[in-house]
Design a protein around this ligand. Structure first.
Ligand SMILES: [Zn+2]
Length: 290
């Protein structure tokens, strides 16, 4: 099989997808870097740097594969949709659909059979993934050669279809388990925020800190966070009236790191503590890499 894998270099799920296919299959792999038009310049530069580092690491430690660089712009103007049917909060779907459409187009261009995306348990907090896939992968108009879609966080061998969604929601793995499973060299590349702990309240740095500091296993952390954001097996906890996108994520992080929630948000003690810890984390990572 030939498979296209979008990979930013700085996301856990995409790195996991690429590493799994390279190390566990003999499929022909095509890594795709997208220079995404709507993201700030410094993020695009950071992603490009991390992509190149990740590719070099994977080629040295797994096997050779094809690499392509594309510019991705917003091609769609889809109306916003509710988080799930009958939910009050609305979300946009045009940009992410454009990303997936580019992956399909690249798969057609290189003659691939499938695209493997970094869709993870966190993505099951809403139904937008399914709606976006209906408009791209599962649309005969936009995917005329029937390129399959795989979510390696769920299965490496079974393509995802709309009717599998409820089963996928209860079985798909989350980001902390995936990050724990990554080989250390690749994980270090993923866990490099461009701000290096300097941006006050950076949620990416907080996310990495939990990974570093929590005593629990990746699977236990996933369980805790999926419950907090009403995803995976805990989707039923969501309230259609009040549910927000990625509800309570920061609260769960603060609690995990030993803060008193919500009191710690009343002043800047939480963010100050996080910034200090994040800067210490990057000092450690930099020293380890020297
Ligand atoms: Zn950061």
């Amino acid at each position: 099989m030939k498979v296209v894998i979008p990979y930013s270099g700085s996301g856990t799920n995409g790195a996991y997808a690429l590493w799994k296919f390279l190390s566990e299959t003999d499929h022909e792999v095509f890594a795709l870097h997208m220079n995404v038009a709507w993201r700030p310049d410094d993020e695009r530069l950071h992603e490009r740097t991390q992509f190149d580092k990740g590719v070099a690491w994977l080629k040295a430690n797994t096997r050779d594969f094809d690499v392509a660089y594309k510019n991705c712009s917003n091609r769609f103007d889809f109306p916003d949709i509710p988080l799930r049917p009958n939910f009050k909060t609305m979300v946009g779907i045009s940009k992410m659909s454009s990303v997936w459409q580019m992956a399909i187009d690249h798969a057609v261009e290189v003659g691939a059979d499938a695209v493997a995306t970094g869709t993870s348990a966190e993505s099951t907090a809403t139904d937008r993934t399914v709606v976006m896939q209906k408009k791209t992968f599962w649309s005969s108009e936009r995917n005329p050669t029937d390129i399959k879609v795989f979510w390696p966080c769920w299965s490496m061998t079974e393509a995802v279809t709309e009717d599998l969604w409820p089963r996928v929601c209860s079985e798909i793995t989350g980001r902390w388990l995936q990050r724990e499973l990554l080989p250390e060299g690749l994980r270090n590349i993923v866990m490099e925020c461009k701000c290096k702990g300097e941006t006050v309240g950076c949620s990416r740095c907080f996310d990495f800190l939990v990974h570093e500091l929590a005593e629990e296993s990746g699977a236990a952390l996933d369980e805790r966070f999926l419950k907090a954001i009403h995803a995976g097996k805990h989707r039923d906890l969501a309230d259609p009236e009040t549910e927000m996108f990625l509800n309570n994520f920061k609260w769960a992080l603060a609690e995990e790191l030993g803060h008193d929630v919500p009191a710690c948000f009343a002043d800047d003690s939480f963010t100050q503590d996080m910034n200090n810890r994040a800067q210490a984390l990057y000092r450690r990572v930099t020293q380890a890499g020297d």
